[in-house]
Design a protein around this ligand. Structure first.
Ligand code: MG
Length: 166
């Protein structure tokens, strides 16, 4: 069975700009900064998308959704995650587990994790395969006030995905 288990790693970062809200994990979080990008700049969903595409050997988010394509401007990253993952479900892939880290000096994200886990699970759920919030781990690290994360110049996220197929 081991040849049918795959892992994928995703990483993303975006510059922060003044004024909120902060788009993260498919929700809008009240904050004094927002992530700057061609799409809605949701680093967590971008890292998850790349981890899942990588695990299935299906390329990466830049190949699927080029930032030169006007259709991706301001795009809701939940749409991109859905469009990337659902064809893989139809090809037989299933999620065992995701584990994610968001690197952000502020805001405190702990209160938002339950909502974000439900949002991600709902986005990944397909008629052929339900994903439960319990399969999605999320945690946050500050930059300890140091570097581009600590100075609130940027936000970043990482995700590792374990997927399987029959
Ligand atoms: Mg990105």
């Amino acid at each position: 069975m081991w040849e049918k288990l795959r892992i994928g790693l995703g990483h993303d970062s975006h510059r922060l700009g003044p004024n909120g809200p902060l788009r993260l994990g498919g929700i809008s979080i009240p904050h004094d900064h927002h992530a700057v990008g061609h799409s809605d700049a949701d680093v967590l969903l971008h890292a998850i998308t790349d981890a899942l595409l990588g695990a299935a050997g299906a390329g990466d988010i830049g190949q699927c959704f080029p930032d030169t394509d006007p259709a991706n401007r301001g795009r809701d990253s939940r749409d991109m995650l859905r469009l990337a993952w659902h064809p893989l479900v139809e090809a037989g892939w299933r999620i065992q587990q995701l584990d994610c880290i968001v690197f952000a000096q502020r805001p405190k994200l702990l209160p938002y994790w339950p909502t974000i886990r439900v949002e991600i699970a709902n986005t990944l759920t397909h008629p052929l395969a339900t994903v439960r919030p319990e399969q999605i781990g999320v945690k946050a690290k500050t930059g300890e006030g140091v570097g581009h994360i600590g100075r609130q110049e940027a936000i970043a996220a990482q995700c590792v995905a374990l997927v399987w197929s029959n």
